[in-house]
Design a protein around this ligand. Structure first.
Ligand SMILES: NC(=O)c1ccc[n+]([C@@H]2O[C@H](COP(=O)([O-])OP(=O)(O)OC[C@H]3O[C@@H](n4cnc5c(N)ncnc54)[C@H](O)[C@@H]3O)[C@@H](O)[C@H]2O)c1
Length: 342
């Protein structure tokens, strides 16, 4: 299988590392409008560099393409790759505008190809374990019903470029909250009933700190916090907790540097049942949970391309974007949103 990457910035390196680990994949091209960025990454990984994505796609004819350009450019790159006959792994968040997400879906349908959003949390060792354990416990009766999910992603965002701009990156609402929201949707499905959110905006109007409360059928409560505005030096922190009547799962991970480059990560995952807290072991990974998650994500995408069925249903990504837009509406109006129309 042939793979190419559009965008040779920060996250592209994780995609390259993932493809390189899969024997049946030939990484053949990397395109970036910054010629030096494309060349540096392509030289390091012995493939061809391009400054035009279209030229790369026409020459290399890849089966699989990773889209790693800034968020406001996802639609153009995704649709181009689909039209040139590739299946696409698009970085998160899928899009800023709903019409862009819908256009990707329509183009994929029209071309007979598929798109998967790179929701890497679904492949993160601890989150995979949480997902499996919770499904197992909820299918039995010893833990009782699920009452609450609580997820947090709290950081100082050192990215002064396009990330915090509501027109280009969308701030913490689109960039951070989308991770946990997608993970919640993967557990609870596309049936949220209501939501309410409060938060803070930056000078450009991007939402940089968001607290959202959502409800799912059966009275399940979901609280999400996403923050990029913590003081300089605050450790990148992610947390997830699932509470049932008689049991609970609890995960905290903190790293003193940026999560993608961090070597010093302290993580704790435990479950509480029968009156006792027990640690859960997701395994040990030579490149850390972060590197492992990106490898698993690329492997799952490649396997999905080969099988003709990608592992994250695109409708769940569209639904997640709809919820993000409803959360933004709640932030802007201060009103609770009843979700009977999405
Ligand atoms: N999964 C994660 O944890 C994670 C982490 C960081 C970023 N991301 C996502 O990845 C995407 C890219 O983020 P990044 O941090 O790599 O950004 P970046 O700014 O470091 O890199 C983007 C690259 O795209 C290039 N580019 C811009 N327009 C282009 C075009 N038309 N054709 C080809 N290349 C073009 C830029 O020159 C740049 O090199 C964003 O959507 C972001 O939200 C995901």
């Amino acid at each position: 299988m042939k793979a190419c990457i559009i965008g040779a910035g920060f996250i592209a390196a994780a995609h390259v590392a993932g493809y390189e680990k899969i024997p049946q994949v030939e990484l053949c091209g990397i395109a970036d409008i910054r010629a030096e960025a494309a060349r540096a990454l392509a030289d390091k990984h012995h493939c061809r560099a391009y400054t035009s994505a279209l030229e790369m796609l026409q020459k290399e004819k890849p089966d699989a393409v990773s889209v790693c350009v800034p968020t406001h450019l996802h639609r153009e790159a995704v649709c181009l790759a689909l039209e040139q006959g590739a299946d696409v792994l698009c970085e998160k968040p899928l899009a800023l505008a709903m019409e862009d997400a819908i256009a990707m879906r329509d183009t994929a349908l029209g071309c007979g190809r598929q798109v998967m959003t790179a929701q890497v949390l679904r492949f993160w060792p601890e989150y995979e374990l949480i997902s499996q354990k919770l499904a197992q416990k909820l299918s039995g009766s010893d833990w009782g019903p699920l009452l609450r999910l609580d997820a947090r992603r709290i950081a100082h965002s050192s990215r002064g470029d396009w990330f915090g701009d509501p027109q280009r990156g969308g701030g913490a609402l689109f960039d951070l909250l989308v991770h946990d929201l997608d993970f919640v949707v993967s557990i609870l499905g596309c049936q949220a009933e209501s939501l309410y959110a409060t938060g803070h905006q930056n000078a450009l109007g991007g939402w940089v700190h968001v607290n959202a409360l959502l409800t799912w059928p059966g009275g399940i409560q979901v609280s999400l916090e996403a923050a990029g505005d913590m003081p300089l030096g605050y450790p990148f922190t992610m947390r997830f907790r699932a509470d049932c009547e008689n049991g609970c799962l609890d995960f905290t991970s903190q790293s003193l540097q940026n999560i993608a480059t961090a070597q010093q990560v302290s993580s704790q995952l435990f479950c509480v049942e029968e009156g006792q807290a027990r640690p859960l072991d997701p395994g040990t990974f030579p490149e850390g949970a972060n590197g492992e998650a990106f490898h698993r994500q690329i492997r799952a995408f490649v396997t999905g391309v080969e099988a003709g069925r990608l592992p994250i249903p695109f409708e769940q990504s569209i639904y997640g974007m709809k919820l993000i837009h409803k959360i933004r509406a709640s932030l802007e109006t201060g009103c609770k949103m009843i979700l009977d129309d999405i």
